[in-house]
Design a protein around this ligand. Structure first.
Ligand SMILES: Cc1cc2nc3c(=O)[nH]c(=O)nc-3n(C[C@H](O)[C@H](O)[C@H](O)COP(=O)(O)OP(=O)(O)OC[C@H]3O[C@@H](n4cnc5c(N)ncnc54)[C@H](O)[C@@H]3O)c2cc1C
Length: 507
């Protein structure tokens, strides 16, 4: 089959792009090399919906941050994703910080951020009694919010599939050929029948629409348009069509997650003044009620290194204590790391490749990419693809609403009683820390783009996310996965590939 559009990479950008495309009468396919959607950078970040004062005015980051922030209420409502606009504070501890805060405020105004205020020390303490006494003022942005990053990603994937998108997991794009076109010469110029197609400045084959053959470990996919949302590997994928105009490097950020007992130590997202390496160490409640601190920022030469380090976590703790000294270390439940995709251009790279017609790069999407995702998706489809000739005919049956998820922990007793009567498995609690029932786990497997691994269940239901970190519920979740997927229990993995949970029988 020839797809109209193949999207490469099922992170928050690829999933929202696929969902946006599914509004139209198109054949769409989303390819992901991992065993689940939301397995890359979109699974490990701060989960902040940024207000938009941080990005350089005029940049794509600024434009899509502000637009994405505005869109988030509707997107979260449609996709049934919890989202809280709790506001953010950038704390100032000295006069230099105050100068930076004024610059951020001005930038925010230019970027179109609404409702910002510069607060005095006592105004800050009124909002946040637990911040450091060294605080002399802060920039307040009420439009900032918190969201679960993988839920925002998974929900878009689910909705896209419900609207007809094909998703192929464990499908790594290895090579892309443009039919009739080959690479030649050391300068990587594209040739067709020995005729150069790109003269270094513009495409020379404007009248012909190329057909892309995408070679993967699961065979070949053909498409008229390709959208490259491959995150840290977007440069590698772009190079497959001869586009070497940018590179993507990785910058690690480590985090510490605390038990829900610490979740109320702050009410809003607490930042420090940003540096050229990023937005600095933040202290924030998560949308699920935990406390999250981090990230640090270390440039690394490795796109797979998600290890946490003693030095990194110490740096995170020191930074967080500077803002909120009373955080109790005894309530730490886990640590993790995420990798930022740093583009060589200094801004998001969004547009048709200069060397490959109909090949769209959506690359170098570092922070605030989570916030910007719905706005980027809208722009890629409604502007770029439309302007490059893709016919967008609305699909009559498009349903923007994701089927709501029933969550035991959020229900009133009377609702639960009715639900349990309908399906007794809602009364069987599997994860005691997070109060997740067997019915929710089964539902997460049966949904479109459903869970296939322990991590998949964890991200969709929170089973294993609590204080015991899966110590009690893991075997039961594995049993359910085994039954539902009809595979032997020793074939259940943590996150696909060789991440087996069971090594063999003990007796
Ligand atoms: C530490 C940190 C903190 C952040 N905090 C925030 C924040 O608070 N707010 C905010 O707005 N943004 C934040 N961000 C940025 C945000 O997380 C990213 O912008 C966003 O997740 C990028 O999504 P993506 O879809 O481009 O990339 P990814 O989520 O990495 O998705 C790319 C996908 O492509 C797949 N892929 C790669 N190569 C291939 C191939 N050859 N074949 C098939 N599939 C392939 C990968 O497996 C991956 O799943 C943060 C980022 C980091 C690292």
């Amino acid at each position: 089959m020839v797809y109209d559009v193949v999207v490469i990479g099922a992170g928050v950008i690829g999933c929202h792009t696929a969902r946006q495309l599914s509004r139209y009468k198109l054949k769409i396919c989303l390819l992901e090399k991992h065993s689940d959607v939301a397995s890359g950078t979109s699974s490990a970040n701060s989960g902040i919906i940024h207000a938009g004062y941080d990005a350089e005015p005029g940049s794509l980051k600024a434009k899509f941050n502000v637009r994405g922030n505005k869109m988030m209420d509707q997107v979260a409502r449609e996709l049934d994703v919890p989202f809280k606009r709790i506001g953010s504070l950038v704390l100032a501890f000295n006069q230099d910080d105050m100068i930076k805060i004024k610059t951020l405020y001005e930038r925010g105004l230019t970027n179109g951020v609404q409702g910002m205020e510069i607060l005095t020390a006592s105004q800050v303490r009124e909002k946040e009694p637990n911040v450091s006494e060294e605080t002399i003022g802060a920039l307040y942005a009420p439009s900032a919010g918190i969201i679960c990053p993988y839920e925002l990603t998974i929900s878009a994937a689910e909705n896209a599939v419900e609207n007809g998108v094909d998703i192929v997991l464990e499908c790594e794009v290895k090579n892309i050929k443009v039919e009739g076109i080959s690479f030649c010469g050391e300068d990587k110029t594209l040739y067709c029948n020995n005729r150069p197609l790109f003269d270094g400045d513009r495409l020379l084959y404007d009248n012909d629409r190329p057909l892309y053959s995408i070679a993967t470990n699961q065979g070949e996919f053909k498409a008229r348009y390709v959208v490259n949302c491959a995150g840290l590997y977007a440069d590698t994928v772009a190079a497959m069509v001869g586009d070497t105009s940018f590179t993507v490097n990785s910058r690690k950020g480590e985090y510490i997650l605390f038990d829900k007992r610490q979740g109320r130590i702050v009410n809003s997202v607490i930042f420090q003044t940003p540096t050229k390496m990023g937005k600095g160490i933040l202290v924030t409640p998560t949308v699920d009620g935990n406390l999250l601190i981090g990230p640090n920022a270390v440039d690394i030469n490795n796109k797979n290194d998600l290890s946490t380090t003693r030095e990194g976590l110490d740096q995170v703790l020191r930074g967080a204590f500077k803002s909120v000294p009373g955080i109790d270390k005894r309530n730490i439940i886990t640590s993790f790391a995420g990798l930022r995709a740093i583009p060589s251009t200094g801004d998001f790279i969004i547009g048709e490749s200069r060397v490959a017609k109909g090949f769209i790069n959506v690359a170098g999407i570092e922070s605030p990419g989570l916030t910007a995702a719905p706005a980027i998706a809208e722009y890629v489809v409604e502007e770029i693809l439309r302007n490059t000739g893709l016919k967008l005919i609305p699909r009559p049956g498009f349903n923007p609403l994701r089927r709501p998820v029933k969550r035991f922990r959020n229900m009133e007793e009377y609702e639960l009683a009715g639900l349990i009567k309908e399906n007794p498995l809602y009364g069987r609690i599997v994860c005691r820390c997070e109060k997740v029932s067997a019915a929710e786990i089964i539902d997460s497997i049966r949904r479109p783009a459903g869970a296939r691994t322990l991590d998949g269940i964890k991200r969709r239901t929170r089973a294993g996310m609590g204080r015991c970190q899966g110590g009690f519920c893991t075997p039961r979740v594995m049993e359910i996965l085994s039954q539902e997927l009809d595979v032997p229990i020793d074939k259940i993995t943590k996150s696909g590939g060789n991440s087996w949970m069971l090594a063999g029988r003990t007796k």
